[in-house]
Every structure is written in structure tokens, then in C-alpha cells.
Design a protein around this ligand. Structure first.
Ligand SMILES: [Zn+2]
Ligand SMILES: [Zn+2]
Length: 65
């Protein structure tokens, strides 16, 4: 029954990785968003919930038929 001492795993909790969503332009946590289906750029969780899987650029290039 020996627990490892806390602080052994690197946890950058204070560094929140904010990224700009390429679909709506807002900044959100990169870890909570999803990559664009077309180019892999960041799309925020709110857009993903709304059904957006492509960023604005990809949407213009490949409009849903
Ligand atoms: Zn968004
Ligand atoms: Zn894209």
C-alpha cells in the first residue's frame, strides 16, 4: 500500500491551450474541440455540437450538397 508521491506526472494545468475556432472565430480550449474534417484545423466544441465538422475555408471549398 504505497501511493506514489503527487507531482510525478507532468500536468500543465495552468496552461490552458486556447485556440481560435476557424468556423465561428471564437477562442476555445483546443482539448475540447475537434479537428476540421478537411484540413485538421481547430473547430470549437460549440460548433461541433451544432454539426459543423468543417472550418469556414473547407466549407467554401466543399459546400455540402
Ligand atoms: Zn466555433
Ligand atoms: Zn478546414
Amino acid at each position: 500500500m504505497s501511493l506514489p508521491p503527487s507531482g510525478t506526472r507532468p500536468a500543465p494545468a495552468r496552461e490552458i491551450d486556447m485556440m481560435r475556432c476557424r468556423a465561428c472565430g471564437r477562442e476555445d480550449r483546443a482539448s475540447e474541440g475537434y479537428p476540421c474534417d478537411g484540413c485538421g484545423t481547430f473547430i470549437c466544441l460549440a460548433c461541433t455540437i451544432r454539426g459543423a465538422t468543417l472550418c469556414r475555408d473547407c466549407l467554401q471549398r466543399n459546400p455540402p450538397s
